[in-house]
Write a protein that binds this ligand. Structure first.
Ligand SMILES: C[S@@+](CC[C@H](N)C(=O)[O-])C[C@H]1O[C@@H](n2cnc3c(N)ncnc32)[C@H](O)[C@@H]1O
Length: 286
């Protein structure tokens, strides 16, 4: 079936993410604050410490890698990498005060680094978008030294993340087909802890474990949430941009009405539930 909205196929992977890089730059601080506790948990799972050589994959504006830079200190190094050059440019600007941080443009499925180069590889909300996550973890394991650590954060189940799930539902209901289409890996493609653990194990890692962390999503209002979420979601942004204005308006109405039911008011903010998964493992010692 051909989806009645435009997605990948008319636009390349890096083009898609390049197009939302300005939105990610504008919201980078918000995203980092929203995920601050979960990111500390990611860095704990990767056992990031002083002097480590760390690679962040699918870094976007680099928030997780910049948090890692605080831990590795001046004797360590952090590389912020992403397939989208515009995202890397944002990360580069944000890293300017950190001499131990550098940036690179590459796909996580073909990492431009020698075997065994890094002590740790981290990835925050990037593994679930690849076609073959097992091969992608295996590629990350290749650039880890023996006994090196890998940690990945993905979104937890759709029903535990209504702030994002209901947007995908609104687009899908509008057209009567699932969004994203089954052939495209969306934000919830690795939302099950057992599945995520099996991906890391099959990718060659040992001592694999996964756990969930709550990440409630705050916004000033449902309108403010809607403005932000559509600017950040790469595939969604592309789909919405390709629609007639009245169709976008109908989707907005569906999403805003569902959001009013799925959120609660706390003081002068609205809050949605949210949860991420964090999975980690080591490369074998020898
Ligand atoms: C949801 S954003 C997350 C950005 C960042 N990690 C964060 O948490 O703030 C997903 C990022 O993954 C990148 N990405 C998607 N597919 C990728 C791939 N195959 N290789 C490298 N980066 C990829 C996108 O360019 C985008 O920056």
């Amino acid at each position: 079936m051909v989806a009645p909205y435009q997605l990948r196929g008319c636009v390349g992977l890096s083009d898609m993410w390049n197009s939302v890089a300005p939105g990610w730059e504008a919201s980078a601080q918000f995203v980092d604050e929203h995920l601050a506790l979960a990111t500390e948990s990611l860095l704990d799972a990767a056992e990031i410490g002083e002097g480590d050589a760390v690679l962040e994959l699918a870094a976007g504006p680099g928030g997780a890698g910049l948090a890692a830079a605080e831990r590795v200190g001046p004797s360590g190094t952090v590389v912020l990498s992403d397939v989208a050059g515009e995202m890397v440019a944002v990360a580069d600007r944000r890293a300017s005060a950190h001499p131990q941080v550098s940036t690179a443009v590459f796909d996580q499925s073909a990492i431009a680094a020698e075997d065994g180069h890094f002590d740790a590889v981290i990835i925050r909300h990037g593994l679930m978008f690849v076609e073959d996550p097992v091969a992608t973890v295996r590629e990350a394991a290749r650039v880890l030294r023996p006994g090196g650590r890998y940690a990945a954060m993905t979104w937890g189940p759709r029903d535990m993340n209504p702030w994002l799930g209901l947007v995908l539902d609104a687009v899908g209901e509008q057209f009567g087909v699932p969004f994203p289409p089954p052939a495209v890996r969306g934000p919830f493609s690795l939302d099950d802890p057992a599945l995520l653990e099996s991906v890391l194990q099959d990718g060659g890692l040992v001592d694999v474990q996964a756990h969930a962390v709550r990440t409630p999503m705050h916004a000033a209002s449902v309108q403010a949430w809607w403005e932000r979420v559509q600017k950040l979601a790469g595939p969604l942004a592309i789909a919405l941009a390709g629609m007639e204005p009245h169709v976008r308006e109908e989707i907005a109405e569906r999403a805003l009405s569902a959001a009013a039911n799925a959120s609660r008011r706390e003081g002068d903010q609205i809050v949605f539930d949210g949860a991420v998964l964090i999975a980690s493992g080591h490369t074998p010692a020898h």
